[in-house]
Design a protein around this ligand. Structure first.
Ligand SMILES: [Zn+2]
Length: 293
């Protein structure tokens, strides 16, 4: 089954609702970056979160940056308007034992820090906004960010279940946002049902679809839009070359002096790029040419 993102209309409620199912995306990130179970859970939640934020993007991309001061270090997760997702964890090999049979994601992420959202619509300006972390559990932090920083009262659930061999069993989440028209009784109902809801992975791991979980909450729903999502990095040889040019002339001359090809590894997907000495010479010339334009 493919990973996907949905935008849902709850027919009797004034909420904006999004759902995501992405076990293959999280598994691909785990495999490429050799993530520990706790790193898999944390990055998987961040990927699910940023995917939900990207659900109504028509162009551009969104970057979610989480830094809670915990052992995992910084977490980055990015989604573009076409459903391409990528992400990384600064310290992918952190191991923390389960507590009450659950991976202590909040402890691994930490709660002494911030959650930052960068919206890049491919225009001149990028929009950046942040809030403090509450728990480091990510879903709660993202809901708090949306409620305080973007002033849209939101509820969010994100979950990743990891097999004993470390691979991903299931991953997904939902985001519910209040529309201005929402009535008090709708909010009261939602708050009540969300406290009664089990962790999202308990539903997904039994084969229930994310839309069926949302149906449990809202009874009568309509799927307005469905978009496939996948782990896909935006790196390329051209981008690596551009990054090298941007490093500056001195650095390039230094590489040339070293006299051997330069290996660049993409931090997101671990793809390796080998840049030959001849190519470095070309990049230096290209840099000079641009300076003289
Ligand atoms: Zn890459």
């Amino acid at each position: 089954m493919r990973d996907y993102l949905i935008r849902v209309l709850p027919k009797k409620f004034n909420f904006r609702v999004f759902g995501v199912f992405l076990p293959e995306t999280v598994e691909e990130a785990r495999r490429r970056q050799n993530l520990s179970p706790i790193a898999t859970a944390a990055l998987g939640r961040a990927l699910a979160g940023v995917a939900l934020l990207s659900a109504d993007l028509k162009f551009g991309k969104i970057l979610l940056q989480i830094n809670g001061g915990g052992p995992l270090g910084e977490i980055l997760a990015e989604a573009d308007y076409q459903g391409n997702l990528r992400g990384l964890v600064k310290n992918p090999q952190v191991h923390l034992p389960p507590e009450n049979k659950k991976l202590p994601v909040g402890k691994a992420v930490g709660n002494q820090g911030y959650l930052n959202v960068i919206r890049d619509y491919g225009l001149k300006e990028i929009y950046q906004s942040s809030s403090n972390l509450l728990s480091g559990e990510i879903a709660e932090d993202l809901a708090y960010y949306l409620t305080t920083s973007e002033q849209i009262p939101s509820a969010c659930a994100l979950g990743v279940l990891v097999n004993t061999d470390g691979s991903v069993l299931t991953a997904g989440g939902f985001l519910i946002q209040k529309l201005p028209e929402a009535k008090e009784e709708e909010i009261t109902y939602l708050e009540k049902i969300l406290t009664e809801l089990k962790p999202i992975t308990e539903y997904l791991s039994t084969g229930l679809k994310i839309e069926e979980v949302l149906e449990k909450i809202f009874k009568d729903i309509e799927i307005l839009e469905r978009r496939d999502v996948r782990f896909k990095c935006t790196c390329s040889l051209e981008r690596v070359e551009e990054a090298l040019i941007a490093l500056g002339g001195e650095e390039l001359e230094e590489m040339l002096k070293e006299g051997k090809p330069v290996e660049v590894t993409c931090e997101f997907c671990k793809e390796r790029y080998l840049i030959s000495i001849e190519k470095i010479k070309e990049l230096i010339e290209e840099r000079e040419r641009r300076k003289n334009v």
